[in-house]
Design a protein around this ligand. Sequence first.
Ligand code: UGA
Length: 442
Amino acid sequence: MRISVFGTGYLGATHAAGMAELGHEVVGVDIDPVKIERLSRGEVPFYEPGLPELLRKHVESGRLRFTTDAADAAAFADVHFIGVGTPQVKGENAADMRFVNAVIETLAPLLTRPATILGKSTVPVGTAARLAHRINELAPVGEAAQLGWNPEFLREGFAVEDTLRPDRLVLGVDRANPGHVEHVVREVYATILARDTPFIVTDLATAELVKVSANAFLATKISFINAIAEVCEVSGGDVAELADAIGYDARIGRKFLGAGLGFGGGCLPKDIRAFMARAGELGVDQALTFLREVDSVNLRRREHVVEMARREVGGSLNGTRIAVLGAAFKPNSDDVRDSPALDVAGKLHLAGADVRIYDPQAMDNARAVSPTLTYAHDLRAAVSDADLVIVATEWREFRDLIPSDLDGLVAARRVIDGRNCLDAPAWVAAGWTYRGLGRYAA
Ligand code: UGA
């Protein structure tokens, strides 16, 4: 099939390469000429394991190309995916729909033959119905341009795997006028569906809600365990053991019960806020007020780590040297959007600490958003002469650290394990003051 993907960020670029891998001919479209130029050379402008290989393979095979020209994509493809961002509006909870709207305003007037538009971006419920109406108004081909909503559940760091082997596919269609959308989507994902991947077809609103509900649930699960961590901290409990114990209950499950610095990134934080904002518009804000608490618990973890650091260094951060290991919002990603690690580093810096940050992949992005912070070129440089080491992102390089790796480098043997990812007894045995989150309160 001939496919276009609008937006070439973490989602769009991966989806475009994934569609080529499934055997389709694909064009990726973006308004950023620099990105398009790099992608056309087979270069991924961000860190995503496995994606560079996939991209190069299909750019070389000729099945995948990139353009800034929407008219080219409209003339070429019969199926158009929308994979542009829906960031948080500055100073508000709502999602910024500018980019999604712009794709429709640009693409729809170019549709002169039957086409299927499939939304992948995370949007407030009701968006798809509004866009379907707009497409109808704008497309020369009229009702033969059809819209479906096909939310994306990929995780950064596992984006290729999640695209090619999703645990389910969801499609929302206009039930009053379903047309050929389901048929087209079954053809697009034929290889995946042949493996008996669950395929759930819903109306447009449900498909939109599936996506935000999934992210709201994941955020709630993380904040639940972080709330319990707060209780553990004042009562002497150990949240990691507790999570193991409750996680064996299949109804609960151990995944996403990792207590620590909490969730960040370009999705979970802004999605729960946009969900609350939309519920407010719909007059059911009370239904989602608990998400405000989910957000607060999450942000409190960051403050808590700063307070822990202050205590560990003797009451004042001013003039202390602190190594922050990690800047990305999670390992296997260079994404620093709403990163707990970078937030903590910034707060420590503001409190007068001399902060040295090191991250295996996210240094350039971190420098771009927080240019006033100090970055070390490697782990050793970050920890040298440190009064305190904070592990803020659980990269393997940090998880695998053993205390002797830092011997003779640090000024004081103190570590805050912001992701509960170190072998605590080993650090304690080596004479370190070890502090986890929600554990070893004493
Ligand atoms: C999330 C969802 O997991 C994806 O399914 C979804 O498609 C994506 O958002 C999206 O909407 O695009 P992602 O943001 O890549 O994916 O990251 P996650 O793996 O969900 O992690 C989110 C944050 O939660 C990270 O900061 C991570 O460190 C934190 N986390 C995760 C915890 O603090 N504890 C855990 O146990 C798990």
